[in-house]
Design a protein around this ligand. Sequence first.
Ligand code: ADP
Length: 652
Amino acid sequence: MPDQNKHKSEQNSNPKGPPNLKKIRKPLFWFYGILFMILASLLFTRYGSGPREISWLEFEQEMLIQNDVEKIEVINQTVANIYIKKEKLSSSKYQELQNKFNLNSSGPHYIIQIGSLEGFEKKLEEAQASALSEDKVPVRYVNQIDWTNILYWILPFALIFFFWMILLGRMASKGRTGALFNFTKSTAKITTKETKSTITFDDVAGLKEAKTEIMEIVDFLKNPEHYTKLGAKIPRGVMLVGPPGTGKTLLAKAVAGEAKVPFFFLSGSEFVEMFVGVGASRVRDLFKQAKANTPSIIFIDEIDAVGRSRNRANFFQANDERENTLNQLLAELDGFGVNTGVIVLAATNRADILDKALLRPGRFDRHIYLELPSKDERIEIFKVHIRPLKKAKDINIEEMASLCPGFSGADIANICNEAALIAARKKRNHVHQEDFLMARDRIVGGLERKNKITSKKEKEIIAYHEAGHAVASWHLRHVDSLMKVTIIPRGKSLGSAWYLPEERQIVTKSQFIDQICASLGGRVAEEIVFGDVSSGALDDLEKVTKQAYSMVAYFGLDEEIGPISFYDSTGKNEQQLVKPYSEDMAQKIDEEVHKLITTAYERTKKLLLDHREELETLTQLLIKKEVVEKDELENIMGKRKKFSNEHKKQHQ
Ligand code: ADP
């Protein structure tokens, strides 16, 4: 664990650093422990074994009139200490005193609380006037600091302080020594030559262009003269942009592994703390450290945590702290001169929301886009992640890559791991193709829950619903090819039709409409068969409605509305409370969406009525077998017509 070792050696080699709380914890612990005991015993003495408090009447009748009192001491005008004459102490009425004090004790033996000093003096005078003896009892007035009272007030604070110190001690023992004093320091993990990352460019599959660009950066740092002698300026900031799981962090770690220069790695959220000003000082500290170790690389993951656009209208939250941090980051990026040997890499999934100032030339001016992998790239990624597994001979990487369109590198890594877990659960010695397919289904659809549906009626409704999707999509020209239909519940869904999506960058209007019809197939089947509809179509309807709205309002695919788009790539509209179109337009959009969906519904209904028999046969087979594969679908509905064959050919 190189990081931990580094941490330790830093603590020890820093004599001026913050005090080691672990060391000071022990004496402090004992000190406060003893203090606590003293206070407790003082309180106990005060209210437990000290002189007994008596009433005026008892004092007057039993002691004063009997001439037993030696002297009275009035303390702070509030308490009177009563001292009994030594010779009287042996009498039987002072039995309790004999048990408590020894007979030579000077006292005080009793106390009386005085309401008002004047009243006390008056009562005392009157009582002495009627007493047997002529001798007056001497009264002394004493002003004293009442320590027990003071300690009584201090005690709660001492206790709070005591527990606070224990807490700090715990933090220290968990290795966060000095966290309290060091919170303005950068929290970046440092990879040096000695502790370099084991990830190399070989572990990054696909991403050819990105790799070439990023390798160039490594070269900038290793051979700067090569570029500077031609007068070129070495870039300062490189932004890796792409959907989650496409390998941005992996690529940065590979740079750390290959560059052989100090690499500062931290996440954007680490700058943001609850204390004001911490973010900015962490940025300052990070750049200071990087400059002291040139040539070096700083990698800020998830930079959108600090780099969000400052002028985005945000009525509900002001975030000055984040802005201060961003300003500091901008200042630091500007601050270090050209060719200083520090390169800043950053990664984000949301380049659209970043502050424009961050992206301008001289800052993060190089952008490397990482896309979801193509089929060939998926094959390469599969190869990387299958490498450490014990695989069976039947593994077909190409088939798997084609069954995972739209999957990111992270998804593929997940499938490989899940497949190994499934094989282990089956007590197999090798991971088989079947395990990979199960892992894929599980990752896409969630866990299989065979016992979720108990009633026969529900099973029937679900079977008709899924068969509806299957039959409709089988006869629609532009829907992806259907692989299998199941009514085994998985994750949140009760059944599903599995398609093999085509890899495409754009979607045509006919494809949109066919997809909407296929999604409505389940609901339509329920209506045709039962004359009643269920809540089971929620997901389908949600998808259909969103698709229809985006067709009309974003993609300009509706004839009535025309080629107009209300999409806002800057994301500013999300924050605004008003829509970017008039009431009139809003109404028109709603009408068009409604028209589009109802037309598609009627079309699907006609399609299913035309193929009513197929619907029936497929449903019965589904109820019997729960899973119907592609060849059985072909048996029932015939091969998909030529258009679908073309489509499949394209896909393969
Ligand atoms: P992000 O883009 O969200 O930073 P990561 O780099 O953290 O994604 O990727 C997560 C995981 O996905 C990696 O640890 C790796 O196992 C896998 N992965 C992603 N892309 C690739 C790739 N191109 N080659 C190999 N593995 C990859």
